[in-house]
Design a protein around this ligand. Sequence first.
Ligand SMILES: Cc1cc2nc3c(=O)[nH]c(=O)nc-3n(C[C@H](O)[C@H](O)[C@H](O)COP(=O)(O)O)c2cc1C
Length: 499
Amino acid sequence: MRDLREWIALLEREGELVRVAAEVDPDLEVTEIADRTVKAGGPALLFESLKGARHPLLINQFGTERRMCLAFGVERLDDVARKVSDVLEMQPPQGLMDKVRGLQKLKSIADSRPQKVRRGPVHEIVLEGDDVDLALLPVQRCWPGDPAPFITLPAVITKDPRNGNRNVGMYRMQVVDRNTTFMHWQIHKDGRADWLATDGRIPVAVALGLDPVTAYSASAPLPKHIDELMLAGFLRGEPVELVQGVTVDLEVPAHAEIVLEGYIERDELGTEGPFGDHTGYYTAPEPFPVFHITAMTMRRDAVYPSIVVGKPPQEDAWLGKATERIFLPAIRATVPEIVDYDLPIAGAFHNCCIVSIKKAFPGHAHKVMHAIWGLGMLSLTKSIVVVDAHVDVHDYAQVLFYAGANVDPKRDVVIAEGPLDHLDHAPERQFVGGKLGIDATAKLPEEGARPWPEEIEMSAEIRDLVDRRWAEYGLESIPGAGNGRLGQTLRSLRQLQRR
Ligand SMILES: Cc1cc2nc3c(=O)[nH]c(=O)nc-3n(C[C@H](O)[C@H](O)[C@H](O)COP(=O)(O)O)c2cc1C
């Protein structure tokens, strides 16, 4: 998909979008409607008439697993991960066909680079200087304690002044006046590092209203030297087209609905917040840099995109789940004993990580905990539960069973210390605090365990027999019992053993 319009058309064809013609207020009312819709698993909403604003507002475009899969053009999010692991796990080719396949993969990487074009629809309307007016857009005030409207779904583009490398990130922007906002660059983020590396002012461009994969890529926790637009090109299978900004020395997505261009001074800060955040609480006011807008460029009839964060589950859950799946191959490339992991939506992602491992030696679970606490943005994870390879990390009942059955809290709980999410209000000090690791794997004698008992499992023959005879028993009316979950668990166990 090239742009937001193609995405809206696809959502509409798939019955995944509802247009709302009634006038609604971007001040709180949109949030309440979106919150109810997201929690009901409902469709994307295109509000066509917003009080006080000229442009329509799209929300809940990412709010279900199905829509997230539609965005990536896959059946399951793991299919996207497969595409990534295909490239990460490339081996020297053997034979001609292997070479051809290898070349195709390399070409798909080469073709991911953004492409500069001379003109783009994002420049159909150009407002500069005094004509810039954020009040044209239906920017939401999300929660009653928010002091102002916040732009919530931006792709913020900067360049590292030291080497010119591009960064694209998603950071909320509190509206200050018609041409000024704050920029919520948290301390662990690459956008903030670009800003801190300048000794004067840094040019900034903010793209609003992108194709869904490019919008997702802005939120992806890539290492600093990798361009998020390259990831977008790779995942889309076609490069993102860029045009030169009008007032800044930055390239901007040619097919964005709206772009805000401007600059941020190294030493100008203002008090941002409070903001009803993805932690489920208001984050306290804090000093953040000030973004001055020099130009606002748009497509005709531009659609303004928005998202609400708050107590989970919210729409951002599925952006987070996409990251969880897409980054699994990269995590396994560094810590290969990891089989799978799950960041529960209800745990607001950074609060909890469940990870399954192929345990091979005493202390292995502890090794993996510390690896995660040292790995990119996962380093901010507050608590980790480690289970054995056969446990399904996405089945929380199974995880709780092993966390209960296999744990001696005195022996198997690790309390460590390290960096925490910028927004975490629980620790004594901001940014650093305690970490909790629970080793729920079966224990080895060297780990101080008595002989470990055998887990209860029905024999395969009896399971197969009952699967085959289920209809004979006249029990078809019992949902899911027929062949179902036990047989399935066994199959996935067998698959794991074969790996
Ligand atoms: C809806 C949404 C809102 C976000 N808001 C912020 C924010 O206000 N500040 C921030 O630092 N990160 C925010 N994030 C997380 C960043 O987008 C994410 O960490 C990204 O990887 C940052 O990019 P960077 O590491 O290149 O700076 C948000 C993510 C989502 C999905």
